[in-house]
Design a protein around this ligand. Structure first.
Ligand code: ADP
Ligand code: MG
Length: 412
């Protein structure tokens, strides 16, 4: 597919060419025709897949259909942060360069001067306003923002707006907009809350959900809430006496990988590590040993793991919660290849609950939290004052204590 297939306004096509875009990305392929046809839309695609152009292009196209170059506010784009508002405004300026559509970013810089400049610009008028919620509300509350001709609303990064607690602000902004308009929501993830918000804001909407990656069905996922100091003992408890031919342990850092290797060696486990300090041929050798089952446990960083193609890994352990959900899916996908079942276990320390919760939202699944084996000790108490402020406590509902101690035992 090509940008020419959308029949976009020629001056918009010039802008696209000047931005160096040659082919639409998958989300653009799907979203642009729907939005040109006037549908409300909720679209979900991973970060970096080109969501901005997916809404900007149809938006600009439609603005040009409905307006002679006037100064009314035709479209409002709401974004959670200043940085994002600036980014969107830059892309818009590029696309709109030859179109005569004007835009204004409203995000505040702190000084009263900025506010007055924004105020002047809003009063003078701009076809598209890109704004952060709080700042826009301040202007709306002062009474001079005229949304009467507005026909389009975009909520970008809807999931982050939700995370950042912007929903009450958004509700207030919505009340100042005309009911009859085209509304589009873009998000990297689609947690249930986003869906229910979409139902309230959108009318007869279409939905695009692009490849929100999920671990395969045959991977059994589980997690332990565990102090860092308990993790080595936990590995030992999980592995000892079980029939687990190949175990792959991921750590976030090279130094972490080395530490785990030496700690497990001290406990007489059959382990080797692979990291970027090793020469290429040394890495190959370690990998071969692993493939041939001469070593049982391989400890690796993410980067190195991308090249590991070993089937039949029976257990994957995330020694720490991976930094992003993609990495989680990738790591977990190392087990249960070729239709076998596999087990993926993540160690979550008392500071990582929020991070893990975001991964669960991404994979749209709740990973079962298992009780620690008795010999490892007691899990961090997530209700204790020192653990309280970590992560997004409000979203994590700790099970009650009795629940926490109850079997099922880890199925390894
Ligand atoms: P998202 O909002 O999905 O995170 P962005 O819209 O910020 O992604 O796009 C990510 C990067 O890809 C930006 O630098 C953007 O300019 C570029 N990009 C988007 N679509 C295309 C395309 N069709 N061709 C070339 N570059 C693109
Ligand atoms: Mg984006």
């Amino acid at each position: 597919m090509n940008f020419t297939d959308f029949n976009l306004n020629p001056s918009l096509m010039e802008g696209i060419a000047s931005m160096g875009y040659e082919k639409p990305s998958p989300i653009q392929e799907q979203a642009i025709p729907l939005l040109i046809s006037g549908s409300d839309l909720i679209a979900c695609a991973q970060t970096g897949t080109g969501k901005t152009a997916a809404f900007l292009l149809p938006l600009l196209h439609r603005i040009m259909l409905t307006t002679e170059h006037d100064d009314f506010i035709r479209a409002l784009i709401i974004a959670p942060t200043r940085e994002l508002a600036v980014q969107i405004d830059r892309q818009l300026e590029g696309f709109a360069y030859f179109t005569g559509v004007s835009s204004l970013a409203v995000y505040g810089g702190g000084s009263g001067n900025d506010f007055d400049n924004e105020k002047k610009a809003i009063k003078t008028g701009a076809n598209v306003i890109i704004a952060t919620p709080g700042r826009l509300l301040s202007h709306i509350n002062l009474g001079y923002v005229d949304f009467s001709k507005l026909g389009f609303l975009v909520l970008d990064e809807a999931d982050r707006m939700l995370d950042m607690g912007f929903m009450p602000d958004i509700q207030r902004i919505l009340r100042s907009l005309p009911e009859k308009r085209q509304t589009m929501m873009f998000s990297a993830t689609m947690p249930g809350e986003i869906r229910s918000m979409a139902k309230k804001i959108l009318h007869n909407h279409k939905e695009i959900n692009l490849a929100v990656s999920k671990p395969a069905e045959n991977v059994l996922q589980a997690a332990y809430i565990v102090y860092d100091s308990q993790k080595i003992a936990l590995i030992e408890a999980l592995i000892t006496g079980k029939d687990l031919p190949l175990v792959l342990i991921f750590s976030a850092t090279k130094s972490g990988v080395k530490e785990i290797e030496s700690a497990l060696k001290k406990r007489k486990l059959n382990v080797q590590a692979i990291h970027s300090d090793l020469e290429q041929d040394q890495r190959e050798k370690v990998l071969n040993n692993f493939r041939n089952r001469e070593i049982q446990i391989l400890v690796a960083t993410d980067i190195v793991s991308r090249g590991i193609d070993v089937d039949d890994i029976s257990l994957v352990i995330n020694y720490n919660v991976p930094g992003d959900a993609e990495d989680y899916v990738h790591r977990v996908g190392r087990t249960a290849r070729a239709e076998k079942t596999g087990l993926a276990i993540t160690f979550i320390n008392e500071k990582e609950m929020g991070k893990f919760h975001r991964i669960e939202e991404f994979i749209q699944d709740t990973v079962r939290k298992l009780p620690l084996p008795v010999e490892v000790g007691v899990s961090p108490d997530l209700n204790s004052p020192e653990n309280r402020h970590h992560g997004e406590k409000r979203k994590f509902k700790p099970r009650n204590k009795s629940n926490f101690r109850r079997p099922p035992k880890p199925q390894v």
